[in-house]
Design a binder for this molecule. Structure first.
Ligand code: F0G
Length: 453
């Protein structure tokens, strides 16, 4: 049930068909190049795009902008301890800042870092330290139709074989991403978390949870893992995080803010190393590249994120969109993720080969049809991997209502009705770094896009 109402509103506008066509062409058929005002429902990401609560806005006014030792930092640290169980915390400007700070303190050239699945900035920051990221997903996770409550889990057999191959002495860190964004936003069970933690202990590795969506993950655990059927979401979250030696966090997700992040850890030596790196890359360790007011907003947001009334509504909104797409016959990854519905573009547009980017064609069509912006997460975003061709429709938190979801479902369904006429795409220019090409490459369609006039 929708447990909030609007107090401040932001106008949005549906551009007409000619405007949409011109905007997409000017953007080089890459929706990262669109002006936000030309988008009606923006599902590009759930990162930093949500609405803050009135308590968060009120807290901004308490921001203590002292360079060192601010009261805002104290309130932020208290919230991290109360909600996530870590006393030692270093704020950063966002999640990737936390990755840079922590990985620089833990990794060396030639190390291998297993993860259930690396998010792209995580992968890049592991590689940036000279280490090698190794994904260990469940094979059911790669099947959009397979029914399994925790398709985001770490594949423990694969984890063991990665460590055997690398030699345990070369695996100083094991990561676990909850929920697993690069695996369609699927959750990780507490049981799996315990096993990964025990294995990390066995090989003397630091066990790090990428906790960006820890509250959504806890809500899934409450709904799907018997042991936690009657537990409070806040207690589940603390229990799951209690197994980690450290966490990296993007406040732009489950701290319900527009900016911010942090590293938290238990070990004092590691904490000192992180603080040193924070001074170099982020800011003095009681502000970490943020304003005091941003720390206040994160402190309030973290406590809100684990309230059942917030997080069950959040998951229900995503599921509502998923059900509407399924009802229209659209192939989607199931079960639905915590922050997004992932459309299976490979099955949606079987006439388009992977090299002609079926997901990107679908993203362009959704924009032309209804000014809806999603993001391709297939061959265009991840060149050279054999992942499913997915398009992510990520819901910003507390932002869109049922009419918006209806508009999105109607838009995707209208494209589905004319799917046989949708052409593939080709690259016309790309940046030097192929891993980052989906942010800035240009494309052109191999035939006419959009509904026939
Ligand atoms: N880890 C995960 C699992 C993420 O999803 C993200 C960001 C980050 C780390 C990095 O955090 O953006 O604050 O630097 N994901 C966003 C997305 C960008 O659209 O999925 P950040």
């Amino acid at each position: 049930m929708r447990n909030y109402k609007a107090k401040v509103v932001e106008p949005v506008r549906l551009p007409d068909a000619d405007e949409r066509r011109a905007a997409l062409e000017a953007a080089g058929y890459n929706v990262f190049g669109l002006d936000a005002e030309d988008v009606y429902v923006d599902l590009l990401t759930d990162s930093g795009t949500g609405a803050m609560s009135h308590d968060q806005w009120a807290a901004l006014h308490r921001g203590d902008e002292s360079y060192a030792g601010s009261r805002s930092f104290e309130r932020f640290r208290d919230a991290v301890e109360a909600v996530m169980g870590f006393e030692r915390v270093v704020p950063t400007h966002q999640g990737r800042g936390a990755e840079n700070v922590l990985f620089g303190a833990l990794l060396d050239d030639g190390d291998v870092v297993p993860n259930n699945t690396h998010f792209d900035t995580t992968r890049a920051h592991v590689a940036n330290q000279g280490a090698e990221p190794a994904d260990c997903p469940l094979s059911v996770g790669l099947d959009p139709d397979a029914d399994h409550p925790f398709k985001g889990n770490m594949n423990l057999d694969r984890l063991r074989s990665v460590v055997d191959e690398a030699g345990a002495e070369n695996v100083p860190v094991i990561l676990l991403t909850i929920t697993n964004n690069s695996m369609a936003g699927q959750p990780v069970s507490v049981e799996n978390t315990r096993r990964v933690a025990a294995f990390a202990d066995e090989i003397d590795a630091t066990f790090v949870i990428d906790a960006c969506r820890f509250a959504e993950n806890a809500a899934f655990v409450g709904a799907r893992e018997d042991e936690f059927a009657d537990a409070e979401i806040a207690d589940i979250a603390r229990e799951q995080l209690s197994y980690a030696d450290a966490v990296t966090m993007s406040g732009k997700k489950d701290a319900l803010t527009n900016v911010g992040g942090f590293v938290a850890c238990r070990d004092e030596g590691l904490f000192e190393r992180c603080k040193e790196r924070a001074i170099l890359y982020e800011g003095f360790p009681t502000y970490g590249g943020l304003a005091g007011r941003d720390l206040e907003a994160m402190a309030v947001g973290l406590r809100e994120a684990v309230q059942r009334r917030y997080v069950t509504d959040r998951l229900e909104g995503v599921a509502e969109l998923g059900r509407r797409l399924v009802a229209a016959g659209v192939p989607v990854y199931q079960p639905f993720g915590g922050h997004a519905v992932y459309v299976d573009a490979g099955r949606f547009l079987p006439q388009i080969d992977d090299e002609a980017f079926p997901g990107q064609a679908l993203v362009c069509e959704c924009y032309l049809e209804g000014a809806v912006r999603g993001v391709e997460l297939g061959s265009f975003a991840f060149p050279g991997t054999d992942r499913p061709e997915l398009v992510r429709l990520a819901l910003p938190r507390r932002t869109y209502g049922l009419e918006h979801l209806e508009h999105v479902a109607d838009t995707v369904a209208a494209v589905y009705d004319r799917r046989e006429a949708v052409p593939g795409m080709e690259l016309t220019s790309e940046p030097a770094t192929p891993e980052l090409r989906h942010f800035s490459a240009s494309l052109s369609p191999r035939g006419p896009l959009g509904a026939a006039d």
